[in-house]
Design a protein around this ligand. Structure first.
Ligand code: TUI
Length: 313
């Protein structure tokens, strides 16, 4: 059921991918997702290579299944993370916040390369450069985002390229999964849903902040820096809005954001820290084991698909 090109490309049972969230997606979460038949992805973010290498080694020790690493292209350590991927023969790489063009040849010697894109133009460029698939990420996502919603972005990219598309942004259950397939995607990537899993090791305050958040409780900060990010509304978000309204320098805004994701995720500072989450956080009411998250999505999608089928008769 729901076997797509994404399943054969990545050697996974279900076309369900866990977003490579910085400071969040560690070896434990990643191994849990891959062991449950999806694809776990370590989030390198801005972390130094020693830290990322430990998580790669942890994932290797906890699963025999395929897992991946996300390279955040704004990181000063991106070159070093590429070297780590090659050293450990990591089988899948996703990239974010830029174009991985200059790393493509090197990465492709060991890994399937799946850039995260937020536009048709970049999706086409990535196909030309040799990408194996792309993640089409809508503005509903948490963290750094583009300008187009998932509903509008996915079918436009599906029509523009031949490689498989994985939809991301605003998906957390079987309805979202099936909707993504209806748009022509061959898999989904979820972040927020996997933060609210038993295996996710983020600070309990972070999970509680997400459980409490309703539909309108996220906001996009840092638009004027050119690197907008969706976070849960809090004191930091208000400070960002105030400074942006006053027209402070990009440097001052970047200074305000620096280290704030780590503070929220690992230290539990959900007031002054950056609580990145997608708009779908309002839908998620429970913390479940990773395996149940994936199984529930597939089961729900089967039922919804049957309901739609009878509606179409
Ligand atoms: O990368 C993400 N999400 C992230 S990265 C991150 S760490 C960070 N923190 C603060 C500021 C910036 C980053 C937190 N969340 N998602 C993938 C993604 N990539 N979303 C959007 C893009 C993107 C945007 C523009 C990719 C390419 C692009 O243009 C590149 C080009 O050359 O056209």
């Amino acid at each position: 059921m729901f076997k797509t090109r994404v399943c054969s490309l990545l050697d996974i049972d279900y076309p369900v991918i866990q977003g490579g969230m910085a400071w969040v997606a560690d070896g434990i979460l990643v191994a849990a997702v891959s062991n449950a038949g999806g694809l776990g992805i370590i989030g390198a973010g801005h972390a130094p290579p020693e830290v990322v290498e430990k998580e790669i080694e942890k994932a290797i020790s906890l699963t025999d299944k395929t897992f991946g690493v996300n390279i955040m292209l704004l990181s000063p350590f991106a070159d070093k993370i590429v070297d780590l991927v090659v050293k450990h023969k990591v089988k899948v790489v996703t990239t974010g916040a830029g174009s991985p063009g200059k790393y493509m040849d090197k990465l492709k010697t060991v890994a399937k390369v799946i850039p995260v894109v937020a536009s048709v133009a970049l999706a086409k460029r990535m196909q030309q450069t040799g990408a194996d698939a792309v993640v089409a990420e809508g503005l509903e996502s948490g963290g750094h985002i583009g300008e187009i919603s998932t509903m509008a972005l996915v079918p436009q990219i599906v029509d523009a390229v031949d490689i498989p598309i994985i939809a991301a942004g605003g998906i957390a259950d079987g309805r979202g999964f099936l909707a993504a397939l209806a748009l022509g995607a061959e898999g989904i990537q979820m972040g927020t849903r996997f933060i609210l899993s038993e295996e996710c090791t983020v600070h309990p305050n972070y999970k509680q902040a997400l459980l409490k958040a309703k539909d309108r409780d996220t906001v996009v900060t840092g638009l004027s820096t050119g690197h907008p990010a969706r976070i849960v509304k809090n004191k930091l978000a208000r400070e960002f809005a105030l400074k942006e309204k006053r027209g402070v320098t990009i440097e001052e805004l970047e200074e305000l954001g620096s280290g704030k994701l780590y503070a929220a995720v690992r230290e539990g500072d959900v007031v002054g820290g950056s609580v990145m989450a997608g708009q779908i956080c309002g839908l998620i009411k429970d913390i479940k084991p990773v395996e149940k998250i994936i199984k529930d999505i597939i089961e729900e999608a089967k039922i919804v698909s049957q309901n739609l089928n009878s509606l179409a008769r």
